[in-house]
Design a protein around this ligand. Structure first.
Ligand code: C2E
Ligand code: CA
Ligand code: CA
Length: 694
């Protein structure tokens, strides 16, 4: 037998390369598992190549470390075949460990296949020496080397499978496993080598002259190091990229979560806490009060005149106004107070640790900050707020009760004439119950024929004759007597009952016109008020037409009164409705003129026949030069546009003269005649000398 010897440096290198190859395969398994689709296939290919090359070069360096007294060489084709066996087994192994599961059966089968692959590579590589006569293999050691190869493969597959998920902790584990696996590969190799015996007189057919095997080994080492190095660096870079991406994703997820949480607790427009958050804080404050006996103020705020701004300038301006209101409120309170937006123009303020005097100070401050003019899109807007205050827990020991009571107090503040605050009082609760009862009663008022129309005459200025009458609805409540429209029209608008009520009013007014005509009484014009809610109803025009036809009434005998702000709400839609009514022949009157924000020039586009100056102006006329100036310019403009001017709310002779002098065409007011039932007008009708219809 020829005595073989080993170059110990190359043996050491072969071990290093084995460890490196093992580490690369573990890394690759991790990479393939995290990647998807095409990237995964690339990692499998590149990984199989680097790992196969690594295992193979370990084996080849091991061969080169071995020398015999005779010259040795390796057939390149067979050597390449052994390399491809290494790459193929690596690909198989990588594919196997990247499956979702690795049951024992599959692991065992994989270990056998891969072990045979590694052994196949080794013995094919040996065959590349083309010894003559053939190598004498010791059967026992040969079998042992295959057992080692299969066992090492099994351990490697199991380890790679369990370490395939990337994380920071897994790297050192992989390094340790790589050392173990490297040792196993090397062990298999040298066991296989020691199984081989070379009979004396053997000849290496593949031996080539003059090739320095050490240099071949160095080249192979460098190539292997380069390939595995490149693959590993790409792998690390890719992981860094994934980590940054992951970190960015995690951050944006966290942010999205935070925003979602924020949205759930805050109002999107004003960024103030919403009702949900408020109710939470309210419960908290009530719980604190139970524990330490503290008290706090709960303030319910509703803006006065917000609807008018919204109607006149549109929602965008309205929204901006709300945002500014929110900013002012937030800066007017302390950090521990809560300002929440709970509805369109409703805000609630929770002020902990305040007694009644403290609450008064806060409420006064709020009235002042909201009362200061707002500047929005070049418009200067003035609004105010009404505040209802519940002192808790005395005025409400439970959240919803406290809120309801603050709300009731707010309504009371509104009824005081707005821009005011009011503390809750038990009588207000009864009031609220009363409102509820009233709404119930209103539902049946039309069917039960409890509504009546009164008529208030209008006179040509200064002293007549009567030019027309305005129909004003009243409710003959079975228990409470005659109720004025100011008390139930807002309720009807809120509940939608205004639609059937409005239909009834129109029908009744037309019926009355027909009756007056049939009885030969005066054929004066009758004005009917239209709620903004009805005005937004698509069937309005056909309703008016059908009602007129039903009672055979000439459309020119009917005037529809719409308030300025209702007409301004949705200008284009309003114009459409007003024009179709106007074309029908119905007169259009703009009611409460001067209380809205319409520009006078806007009037030109309205097909109005008449304009009613609001009674607020008329009241102030004598003492307010500015109001007088406004009235006189409205009259002048109306006349140039061919619109008649009616002044309402004329109560004194001074007003009558003043308005006449300013050029008003008609006057309406208590001085000249109160609203009365139709029958009472018959007396007046005798004075009627000249029909208003021209
Ligand atoms: P309005 O359209 O401005 O009606 C005129 C109101 O002024 C009437 O009150 C009338 O009684 C009152 N008034 C008349 N002359 C004088 C006066 O010299 N001084 C004072 N201080 N007031 C005077 P009323 O009947 O209580 O109606 C109040 C409001 O209710 C009406 O204001 C109108 O907006 C609404 N309304 C009345 N009837 C109807 C209706 O049938 N449908 C709708 N949608 N609203 C109605
Ligand atoms: Ca009116
Ligand atoms: Ca009016």
């Amino acid at each position: 037998m020829l005595q073989g010897s080993y170059n110990s440096l190359l043996v050491l290198f072969s071990l290093l390369v084995a460890v490196l190859a093992a580490y690369t395969s573990l890394e690759m398994a991790g990479r393939i598992t995290t990647a998807t689709g095409r990237a995964a296939r690339w990692w499998l290919t590149g990984g199989a190549f680097a790992m196969g090359l690594g295992i193979w070069s370990m084996h080849f360096i091991g061969m080169l470390a071995f020398s015999l007294p005779i010259r040795l060489g390796y057939d390149p084709v067979v050597t390449l075949l052994s390399l491809s066996i290494a790459v193929a087994s690596s690909a198989f192994a990588l594919w196997l460990v990247c499956q979702d599961a690795l049951p024992t059966g599959r692991l065992a089968g994989g270990a056998v296949l891969m072990g045979l692959g590694v052994a196949g590579m080794h013995y094919t590589g040996m065959a590349a020496m083309q010894m003559k006569p053939g190598i004498d293999y010791d059967a026992g050691l040969f079998a042992l080397s295959i057992v080692i190869a299969v066992a090492a493969s099994g351990v490697a597959l199991k380890t790679a499978f369990s370490l395939r998920h990337n994380s920071r902790r897994v790297r050192p584990l992989r390094a340790g496993a790589a050392v173990v696996m490297g040792l196993a590969i090397v062990g298999m190799h040298y066991t296989g080598m020691s199984a081989a015996a070379f009979p004396v007189g053997s000849l290496c057919v593949a031996a080539t002259d003059g090739v320095n095997t050490t240099w071949v080994a160095v080249v192979i080492i460098i190539v292997t190091l380069a390939v595995t190095g490149v693959v590993l660096s790409i792998s690390v870079l890719d992981e860094l990229r994934l980590e940054t991406e992951n970190a960015a994703l995690t951050r944006s997820l966290a942010q999205a979560n935070q925003e979602l949480g924020y949205l759930a607790w805050h109002d999107a427009l004003t960024k103030l806490p919403n009702r949900v958050l408020l109710e939470g804080r309210l419960e908290e404050a009530l719980a604190n009060a139970r524990v330490d006996g503290s008290q706090f103020a709960l303030m319910f705020m509703d803006l006065d005149g917000f609807k008018v701004v919204n109607d006149a300038y549109g929602h965008q301006v309205g929204d901006r106004l709300l945002v500014q209101v929110a900013e002012r409120l937030a800066s007017a309170v302390r950090a521990r107070d809560t300002v929440a937006r709970v509805g369109g123009d409703e805000f609630v303020l929770l002020v902990p640790g305040e007694d009644q005097a403290g609450a008064i100070a806060v409420a006064s401050r709020l009235l002042a900050v909201i009362g200061a003019p707002f500047e929005i899109d070049g418009h200067e807007l003035g609004i105010s707020t009404s505040i209802g205050i519940a002192m808790c827990p005395a005025d409400g020991a439970r959240g919803h009760e406290a809120l309801m009571h603050a709300d009731a107090a707010m309504y009371h503040a509104k009824s005081l004439g707005r821009n005011a605050y009011s503390f809750f009082d038990v009588s207000m609760n009864e009031n609220m119950q009363g409102q509820l009862q009233l709404t119930q009663d209103l539902r049946v008022a039309v069917e039960r024929k409890q509504l009546v129309l009164h008529y208030q005459p209008q006179f040509a200025a200064p002293d007549g004759p009567i030019t027309g009458v305005e129909a004003l609805v009243r409710w003959a409540h079975p228990k409470r007597g005659l109720i004025g429209p100011d008390e139930f029209i807002p309720l009807a608008e809120k509940t939608g009952l205004i639609v059937p009520i409005g239909e009834w009013v129109l029908d009744e007014a037309c019926r009355q016109i027909r009756e007056w005509l049939d009885s030969g009484a005066c054929d004066w014009n009758v004005a009917v008020n239209l709620s903004p809610v009805q005005f937004g109803h698509p069937q309005l025009t056909s309703l008016v037409r059908e009602t007129l036809e039903r009672h055979r009434v000439d459309p020119r005998r009917l005037t529809i009164e719409v308030t300025e702000s209702a007409a301004m709400r949705d200008v284009d839609a309003s114009l459409r409705i007003l024009h179709s009514l106007h074309e029908m022949g119905v007169r259009i009157s703009i009611d409460d003129f001067g209380t809205g924000y319409s520009s006078l020039m806007y009037l030109k586009r309205l097909p109005a026949s008449e304009l009613k100056i609001d009674r607020g102006f008329v009241r102030e006329l004598a003492h307010d030069a500015e109001d007088a100036a406004i009235v006189s310019s409205v009259v002048a403009l109306g006349h140039t546009l061919g619109i008649e001017i009616v002044a309402e709310g004329v109560e004194t002779a001074t007003q009558k003269e003043f308005l006449t002098r300013l050029g008003c065409n008609a006057l309406q007011g208590f001085l000249l005649g109160r609203p009365v039932p139709a029958a009472d007008l018959d007396a007046l009708s005798k004075e009627c000398t000249q029909p208003s219809l021209s």
